[in-house]
Design a protein around this ligand. Structure first.
Ligand code: SAM
Ligand code: DTB
Ligand code: SF4
Length: 321
């Protein structure tokens, strides 16, 4: 197999399988080679998450503590006040984050909610932060409204393969997800789209998810690879844990298949050793969430992460604008 020299959108499933079957060292060598061709290997993009609207979600995503269907201790909360969101954004910026990601536990936003977010987005953007939002399914018109308000990125994950998707979510289809991704792209927004490892999927599902992402008309600009955060009360609590080396392999595959995209070592880091995270960065991860909370679950302490980056000689990547 020849080294990929350029960004390709025509990967065949067989090619992805061939990469997935490589010996670990060979796969990492290729991933590092590609990474160095497209990025400074010692820079990491830093994002901070805030859950602007938590809990009470009507969807049934089997991994999610915010679904109204599961008893997880996460209740339905009101939308955060504008001032509180802005305070969190300033704090994130002061601690070195360049992107501020705002989440809402919705199937899709209502017109009034799009307007509320449009207001928040323009204010966060005015602070000089990149903005990202994840609000569920969007129409083309809603995506354009958010773009006009100054939104940079929209996060909308495919989560797993099309085949495994119905085992995880029954309240929407894979095609619904692809439709929103198309609307977001058409509005000129940057796309943040990836998945979760540890949903009881097979290697085949990981290969197919990555193949779907890597054959989109444009690769997602940002590819979050989450490890399932198991939350008591969700149907997926107690699912077999992922082999750390298999997780690293997924990062390496994402790096090779989507060489110019930021690959984010996303949720699940509290369950990962520093050494496993180091392997993920070696495999081509170059983005992470910083701050003590993801949306509703913990993330490593900021001082621990600062120390980890320092031990690895990694630097935060400067803002893109
Ligand atoms: N409701 C919107 C949606 O689903 O698109 C936005 C928020 S939702 C919480 C954003 C993403 O978080 C999900 O698509 C999923 O990939 C990820 N996520 C949620 N719960 C998770 C968990 N327990 N472990 C890992 N990732 C999770
Ligand atoms: C993504 O891929 N992971 C983030 C972000 N995009 C929105 C969310 C992780 C959520 C983990 C579970 C929680 O904290 O509720
Ligand atoms: Fe709702 Fe999003 Fe959680 Fe699914 S992942 S239950 S859509 S908040």
């Amino acid at each position: 197999m020849s080294e990929p020299a350029a960004i390709r959108h025509d990967w065949t499933l067989d090619e992805v399988w061939a990469l997935a079957r490589l010996p670990f060292g060979e796969l990492l060598y290729r991933a590092q080679t590609v990474h160095r061709r497209f990025f400074d290997p010692n820079a990491v993009q830093i994002s901070t998450l805030v859950s602007v609207k938590t809990g009470g979600c009507p969807e049934d995503c089997a991994y999610c503590p915010q679904s109204v269907r599961y008893e997880t201790g996460v209740g339905r909360e009101e939308m955060m006040d504008r001032d509180d969101v802005l305070e969190r954004a300033r704090a994130a910026q002061a601690s070195g984050a360049t992107r501020f990601c705002m989440g809402a536990a919705w199937r899709s936003p209502k017109p009034r909610q799009v307007e509320q977010f449009a207001g928040l987005i323009s204010e966060v953007s005015a602070l000089g932060l990149e903005t990202c939002a994840t609000l569920g399914m969007l129409t083309g018109e809603q995506a354009r409204r958010l773009k006009d308000a100054g939104l940079d990125y929209y996060n909308h994950n495919l989560d797993t393969s099309e085949r495994h998707y119905p085992q995880i979510i029954s309240t929407r289809s894979y095609q619904d997800r692809l439709d929103t991704l198309r609307n977001v792209r058409a509005a000129g927004l940057k796309v943040c789209c990836g998945g979760i490892i540890g949903l009881g999927e097979e290697l085949r599902d990981r290969v197919e998810l990555l193949h779907t992402l890597a054959t989109l008309p444009q690769h997602p600009d940002s590819v979050p690879i989450n490890q399932l955060v198991q939350v008591e009360g969700t149907p997926l609590a107690g699912t077999a844990r992922v082999d750390p080396l298999d997780f690293v392999r997924v990062i390496a595959l994402a790096r090779i298949l989507m060489p110019a995209s930021h690959v984010r070592l996303s949720a699940g880091r509290t369950d990962m050793s520093d050494e496993m995270q180091a392997l993920c960065f070696l495999a081509g991860a170059n983005s992470m969430f910083y701050g003590e909370r993801l949306l509703t679950t913990p993330n490593p302490a900021a001082d621990h992460d600062r120390a980890l980056l320092e031990r690895l000689g990694l630097r935060p990547e400067p803002a893109a604008h």
